[in-house]
Design a protein around this ligand. Structure first.
Ligand code: MN
Length: 136
């Protein structure tokens, strides 16, 4: 699958970050990484990604607070965001969606289905926004 979309991965766990980066790059996507909110802010100033994958448990500023910032900025208000989280608790999914995330993928991620899940979300967001085709 050829897909050169730019994905920002915000994740402090290095093992998980490396796995996600590998899977996305293997699918032809371009990946930027950030291990905390400050690094993510720098990345988002430099370029606006097609999608953000956001670990919710970050050191310092947590994922949900960062999602709020991203939604509040004109340049990034429409960028699709997928929440990633371990130790999912009842109500997390609803809380993340209410907080501005478009979808939610629990960790540990399934390496076999991960990219398909992401592409599915991108398709759903495109339909929601009234686009006639998924951007390539
Ligand atoms: Mn984390």
């Amino acid at each position: 699958m050829a897909d050169s979309r730019l994905i920002l991965v915000v994740e402090d766990n290095e093992q998980n970050l490396e796995l996600v980066e590998f899977l996305l790059e293997d699918a032809g996507m371009r990946v930027r990484v950030a291990q905390d909110a400050d690094a993510a802010r720098v990345q988002l100033q430099a370029e606006v990604p097609d999608l953000i994958l956001m670990d919710m448990q970050l050191p310092g500023t947590d994922g949900l607070t960062l999602v709020g910032e991203i939604r509040g900025r004109t340049q990034t208000s429409d960028v699709p965001i997928i929440a990633l989280t371990a130790h999912a608790m009842r109500g997390d999914r609803e809380r993340f969606l209410a907080g501005g995330c478009d979808a939610y993928i629990p960790k540990p991620i399934n390496a076999v289905t991960f990219v398909d899940e992401i592409v599915t979300v991108l398709g759903q967001v495109a339909v929601r926004d009234g686009e006639t085709s998924v951007r390539r």
